[in-house]
Design a protein around this ligand. Structure first.
Ligand code: SF4
Length: 698
């Protein structure tokens, strides 16, 4: 890793990790990717973080699945009990013909008994085919993916109030802003290349306002750092908006021209004085006033947010507040202004756009609309499906426990690690009588599979992906998949045909062409154009237009072109600390590891830097408990318990513990609360009541 020299080929593609969507050049020698360099993509301009630069060697790991596998008749009972490097006691190798036949036979004719999880790691074409297979093949909408665990509440609020779930401006627009709020996000660790633009903004005098219950590296560049109490977002944001109203700092002209429901919002904010809200959020009233003045009086302001905002039972309310804050200041639709939920996975924007969600078809066209459904069945050549909105990720697993869903097709998703209360998720997977898993490794979820279909990594396939900036980008194959592994679009197509559908795709470009027929967002974007230009931002107004970095300058895609204010009330977290569970648990990612760890923990450099499960506690908390950094602690919530190495970290509040969720040996999601936001149906990963106990010295 990391050497330079002569290569057999150099292939331009896109980093497979976060939603920033950095473009890369993959240097190939002897059939292996040897080195990765950043190239001049619109989101990264040559920059890469440690994951993009050094985290690619997992594609050559000897745990890669190279042949289809079928569960042995004499395999031990289903459980988290398979060694991914030595699976022969549980599975036997099979030909593609046999594996596809067994996979399809177990699913065929079962209609509502089948559900599907696709993945934000899929390309746009794979995501589109996956949702099409569930809808056309089984007649319903029970198909979802990890957007449900990520920004579903942000999208719900954006669709409701702005009329579109995507960002209104690219993150690079910060270079034209005077003030920027970054809330509930830790971009230095989670969107590192975007963070470089944020730092440059602060360096040239931009006012950076960071709001997060945890401290973070961006704090060093911030004009204001508001380390508010966990779960107190609405009280803090309403207090800031209260000041803007009280001091008359809002943009009356903009509000009159482009919004609705302002009077209701204004009246609602009356009670949220900084003095009163300070008691809930823990931020001094004067700081709240200063932030309100800085944001409202700036010529151009942007708001960026992450999962600290979205992963709460009031995640949609949190986003509603951020939208209202931007609207009342007129900070949307101009250079240096905008609303930007920083998307997590490399293709969570694209997979959602492609309809991999239970309530929407591609381009967020609702499944309840007869005209919309028939437009799709016409393009698909038949295959009626239900007008009822489907179930979400967590609801599907609940329905497995209820005995209504008995078979699943899971592509690239790892619910045995990623769902809240994973013991509940694992029990659901074990209960299925037929589970087909398509992946590149024998993941924790694949432990429960009846058939495993070996798939391809990003560097082994062609396909488009869409980043947080709405930039549709071309991914290209640099090396072939290992052994008999196949491209995912091929596998889904073969499965579809064995389910009785008649799909004839020979290449993902044909899928992209079909998507365009019912996706106006892709107007003027063609496969050939992406091949030639690597990236086009949607919307693109003509074949020459590189795309619009800023949208909604002249109104919103809502009734009468107006965005809406939706007032939000303070709702406490689902469970609050008490005598039994006196501390607050929060979870997230670390710079070196990606989500459930299946890729980055198999990357030599990343695993060497961060090899062990760990949690972070304030040094004073550790001292009080008689625990030294490096000792083992036991964390227990109402769902379960893990033992994990403790680290000292002043960024964490004294009553809080932070646990990264990439480590199966101490899985954070054994602890997390499955309570969901009623609108986005996203679980409350960011707040649970927890007990921390000393276990022993390492
Ligand atoms: Fe990859 Fe994100 Fe890092 Fe860019 S910032 S290199 S997309 S992980």
């Amino acid at each position: 890793v990391g050497d330079s020299g002569d290569y057999d080929s150099e292939v331009e593609s896109v980093c497979p990790f976060c939603g920033v969507g950095c473009q890369v050049s993959l240097k190939v020698k002897d059939g292996r990717v040897k080195f990765v360099e950043g190239i001049n993509g619109p989101a990264n301009e040559g920059r890469l973080c440690v994951k993009g630069r050094f985290g690619f060697d997992y594609i050559h790991h000897d745990h890669r699945l190279t042949k289809p596998l079928i569960r042995r008749a004499d395999a031990p009972a289903k459980g988290l009990n398979v060694d991914p490097g030595n699976w022969s006691t549980h599975f036997r190798e099979a030909s593609w013909e046999e594996a596809l036949e067994v996979a399809a036979t177990g699913l065929k004719g079962r209609g509502r008994e089948v559900a599907g999880f696709g993945s934000a790691k899929c390309t746009n074409e794979e995501a589109y085919l996956f949702q099409k297979l569930i809808r056309q093949g089984f007649g319903h909408n029970n198909v979802d993916h990890c957007t449900r665990l990520c920004h579903a509440s942000s999208v719900a609020a954006l669709l409701e109030n702005v009329g579109s779930g995507a960002v209104t401006a690219t993150f690079n627009e910060i270079e034209n802003a005077d003030v920027a709020i970054v809330i509930g996000a830790n971009p230095v660790e989670n969107h590192p290349v975007a963070a470089t633009y944020f730092k440059q903004f602060a360096k040239r005098g931009g006012k950076l306002i960071v709001m997060d219950p945890r401290g973070q590296a961006l704090k060093r560049h911030a004009t204001h750092m508001l380390q508010f109490r966990p779960g107190a977002d609405v009280s803090m944001l309403n207090a800031i908006m209260h000041v803007i109203v009280e001091e008359g700092l809002y943009d009356q002209q903009y509000i009159e021209a482009y919004t609705e429901n302002w009077e209701a919002e204004k009246a609602h904010l009356k009670g949220f004085t900084p003095e009163k809200m300070s008691e809930i959020c823990g931020i001094e009233p004067e700081t709240l006033r200063a932030v309100a003045r800085d944001f409202a009086t700036a010529k151009a302001g942007m708001i960026f947010w992450g999962m600290g905002v979205s992963q709460h039972i009031h995640g949609t309310d949190n986003s509603r507040c951020l939208i209202s804050l931007a609207l009342m200041c007129g900070h949307v639709g101009r250079p240096g202004t905008g609303l930007h939920p920083l998307r997590g996975q490399n293709n969570v924007q694209g997979a959602s756009d492609a309809g991999l969600i239970p309530m929407f078809l591609p381009d967020y066209q609702t499944v309840t609309d007869d005209g919309v459904r028939s437009a799709f069945t016409e393009v698909w050549g038949g295959g009626d499906f239900s007008a009822e909105k489907g179930l979400t990720v967590t609801e599907i697993l609940d329905d497995v426990h209820a005995g209504n869903i008995n078979a699943m097709y899971i592509l690239g998703e790892n619910p045995a690690m990623s769902d809240p209360d994973v013991d509940h998720a694992r029990a659901a997977l074990a209960k299925l009588d037929h589970l087909v898993v398509q992946d590149i490794f024998l993941t924790e979820t694949a432990n429960y599979a009846d058939v495993i279909l070996p798939a391809s990594a990003f560097a082994e396939k062609a396909g488009t992906v869409t980043n947080t900036n709405r930039q549709v980008q071309m991914g290209r194959p640099a090396v072939p998949p290992p052994g008999e592994a196949k491209e995912d679009w091929w596998i889904t197509t073969e499965l579809a045909n064995r389910l009785g559908l008649s799909w004839t795709y020979q290449h993902p470009s044909e899928v992209f062409a079909e998507m365009k027929r019912n996706m106006a967002s892709l107007d003027n974007i063609t496969w050939d154009r992406l091949e030639a230009q690597n990236a086009v931002t949607y919307p693109s107004l003509s074949p020459e237009d590189p795309g619009q970095p800023i949208v909604f300058g002249d109104g919103f895609p809502r009734v009468e072109g107006r965005a809406k204010f939706t007032p939000a009330d303070v709702i406490p977290p689902d469970e609050t600390p008490d005598a039994d569970y006196p501390m607050i648990l929060t979870t997230g990612r670390q710079l070196e590891h990606w989500h459930t760890g299946s890729m980055t923990r198999r990357s030599k450099v990343l695993d060497a830097v961060e090899p062990e499960a760990n949690c972070s506690l304030h040094p004073k908390t550790l001292r009080k408990m008689g625990v030294a950094a490096g000792d083992l602690v036991r964390l227990t919530t109402r769902r379960g318990s893990i033992e994990i190495m403790a680290r000292a970290d002043r960024a964490v509040a004294e009553d809080m513990v932070f646990v990264p969720f990439a480590f199966v040996e101490a899985a954070a999601n054994i602890l997390t609360n499955p309570a969901i936001d009623p609108y986005g149906k996203i679980p409350e990963f960011k707040f649970a009541a927890v007990k921390v106990e000393m276990v022993g010295k390492q």
